[in-house]
Design a protein around this ligand. Structure first.
Ligand SMILES: Nc1ncnc2c1ncn2[C@@H]1O[C@H](COP(=O)(O)OP(=O)(O)O)[C@@H](O)[C@H]1O
Ligand SMILES: [Mg+2]
Length: 454
């Protein structure tokens, strides 16, 4: 509290409410700045490349704030009203307004510095770090000026009528400080930031994979070479070659009976190989049991969900962590799954058999995530679900990818699976007949005819 604030009696009750809202918004922003400083220190002390997604989300948050203000047709409403009442505040308000514009440019610069820092790590760390410190210092100064000078002046000079005008502006202008829709957007971004922030820095640490960092992203994680699998005498998979890189969604599409599930079970070790190799993270899996593969991070969500129907949702989730039985963070992870799938929290004491198909699919995915996969194998997650739920399931798959998870998505639902995928393969009676980027396959004549019914 500044002296000015202490001395002046409030002129308006409405004003008190509005100021409280502004201060609360500032506090939210202030915490984000604190986090930015922590992350910068972490980068310098631990010499870890920055988490690109987390930083960009933070920049989104700040940019959102600045955009909303800066893109107004007129200047910020509060500033405008205060200008009328207090001409001597003009220069300061000019300066603060200009700060928004400069801040906007600086954010673009920071994003560029981040990109360069990621690409050339550890080169570029210093420039990015300096950019960050200068930016957070400027932002703090800006907030202090608003709280120390602008708000106290407004508090003493503006009337109820003025404040009502400011508040009324929210509906037309999405005023960043009061608009409900804008507030909602801020809340979403803030939640994302909290989720992505590592636990040691006070976040939820939602990322379940080892964070995919600059030097790992795009590296080969799974490599299947010349793989043959049979049921007895019948050869089902013929000389399969498939590669999955870290951080990718790779989709495998093919008709019923093509051998998709057989391939996934071969990868997870539930089905033996006759010939060929499966290399995961540089290690040949041939001598490694299915259980051990789960501990190494290969986790499958089987076709048809296969949750334990007469056990509760909670117990199903707990079972997903069976390979980590002594890990003290299991309860925290269950909380994270609940925040990803709120319906599972709501139904946590229900038997899994009481859930709808879509809910069971979410449970099956949640259970798989409890094993902290590095490669998630999804076998037809959309099977038998209503379009609305399918959207939701694919949206979650996309989110997992954003968090750095590597995903092998098997689907008969080719259009959506390929639209989501970085790369894809088409399997026909046990043979890979086509491969390419998701986009290439979607526009491929043959795929359109055979799988998209076009
Ligand atoms: N346990 C099994 N024993 C013998 N044949 C099987 C078994 N499971 C699947 N098959 C056969 O293997 C082929 C591939 O099946 P599958 O991998 O389930 O295909 P998809 O998942 O693509 O529908 C099919 O011809 C199927 O009949
Ligand atoms: Mg199948």
């Amino acid at each position: 509290m500044t002296q000015e604030q202490n001395q002046v009696a409030p002129n308006s009750l409405r004003g008190e409410q509005v100021i409280r809202t502004i201060v609360r918004e500032h506090q939210g922003l202030w915490r984000i700045i604190d986090l930015m400083d922590l992350l910068e220190q972490d980068m310098n002390i631990n010499a870890n490349p920055p988490d690109e997604l987390l930083f960009n989300t933070i920049f989104d948050y700040i940019q959102h704030f600045s955009n909303r203000v800066h893109s107004q047709p007129t200047e910020i409403r509060l500033y405008a009203v205060l200008r009328e009442k207090s001409p001597e505040s003009g220069p300061l308000l000019d300066k603060l307004e200009k700060g928004y514009v400069i801040g906007h440019e600086k954010l673009l610069e920071l994003r560029q510095l981040l990109k360069e820092c990621m690409a050339n790590w550890p080169n570029g760390r210093e420039s990015f770090g300096h950019g960050l410190s200068r930016f957070s210092a400027a932002l703090r100064k800006h907030i202090k000026k608003e709280e120390g000078v602008v708000l106290p002046r407004a508090r003493s000079l503006l009337t109820d009528e003025d404040w009502n005008k400011i508040v009324a502006a929210r509906d037309q202008q999405d005023d960043p400080l009061f608009g409900d829709r804008v507030k909602e957007e801020f809340r979403d971004l803030r939640l994302k930031i909290i989720s992505l922030t590592p636990e040691r820095l006070g976040g939820l640490g939602l990322v379940h994979t080892e964070r995919v960092t600059a030097h790992k992203k795009g590296q080969e994680l799974l490599s299947i070479k010349d793989l043959v699998t049979s049921y007895g005498q019948i050869e089902v998979l013929h000389n399969i070659d498939i590669t999955i890189n870290s951080g990718e969604i790779v989709s495998l599409v093919g008709a019923n009976g093509a051998g998709k599930s057989t391939l996934l079970m071969t990868i997870s070790g539930l089905q033996p190989t006759n010939k060929g190799q499966i290399i995961f993270d540089g290690e040949d899996l041939s001598k490694i049991s299915a259980d051990k593969r789960v501990s190494k991070g290969i986790v499958q969500v089987p076709e048809g969900r296969q949750v334990f129907k007469d056990m509760t949702v909670y117990d199903n989730l707990l079972l997903g962590a069976y390979t980590r039985s002594k890990d003290p963070s299991i309860q925290d992870d269950i909380e994270k799954i609940y925040s990803k799938f709120p319906i599972l929290r709501q139904k946590r004491y229900n038997l899994a058999g009481e859930l709808s198909g879509g809910q069971q699919q979410m449970l099956a995915m949640g259970r798989a995530l409890m094993a902290r996969p590095r490669l998630l194998l999804l076998d037809e997650p959309s099977m038998g679900l209503a379009p609305l739920i399918i959207e939701e399931i694919f949206e979650i798959v996309r989110e997992l990818k954003d968090e750095g998870m590597t995903i092998f998505l098997v689907e008969q639902n080719a259009s959506q699976a390929l639209a989501l995928a970085d790369r894809g393969y088409v399997l026909e009676t046990g043979v890979v007949v086509l491969q390419g980027t998701g986009r290439e396959l979607l526009s491929n004549e043959k795929v359109r005819e055979a799988y998209l019914g076009m």
